[in-house]
Design a protein around this ligand. Sequence first.
Ligand code: FMN
Length: 209
Amino acid sequence: MKKFSRKVTLALTGASGAPYGLRLLQQFIAADVQVYLLLSDAAKIVLATEADVALPDELNAAQQFLSQRFGAAEQQIMLLERSDWFSAPASGSSSPKQMVICPCSMGTLSSIRHGASNNLIERAADVIMKERGQLIIAWRESPLSTIHLENMLGLSKMGVTLMPLAPGFYHKPQTLEEIIDFMVARILDHLNIEQSLVLPWMSDQDHNS
Ligand SMILES: Cc1cc2nc3c(=O)[nH]c(=O)nc-3n(C[C@H](O)[C@H](O)[C@H](O)COP(=O)(O)O)c2cc1C
């Protein structure tokens, strides 16, 4: 099997913001990253609603569908069942060291905060945290309730990076794609994956002038 530059776990849940998750997946594929992909049932509904992505029900067919859409190499996208406890992300000895949940629902965020591990997304996040890996949770919810805020504070204290899907406008985006790319670039920067979607602030200007 081809050797990839690194492995990352990517989860999409049923929060609004599916286009961010799809663009992130596309960028991982372009960067030669192998992706363990986890989709909640609600994520599939949101993918259809927001991005017109109608995934086949059968796992292998869905994996094939996504691989073709993003031009992924064989086994570069590993789509996993929600209760595949034998998969790599489910165990500390085999899990990737980095995981992104984008977009993350407040329900999944709460379950992770409390260590529920009721499905593979929650278990994979639990494993990353106990192994002291890197967990990035990108969320859209607004406004936030006290429950959401307390859960986020708890996760932040455990070393989780919480990124609101709140794009900046100082790069003067002209298209929806550029707005999406702002957040995707920020996530890639945090994972230390080289990206050319959005340059760092002021990097294209002469600081001495
Ligand atoms: C179109 C759509 C948009 C949604 N947006 C959000 C959202 O932004 N945040 C959120 O927490 N839940 C949102 N929900 C509700 C979640 O999908 C629901 O709470 C679900 O149980 C989450 O399950 P999951 O965490 O397993 O994906 C949305 C649902 C739909 C159908």
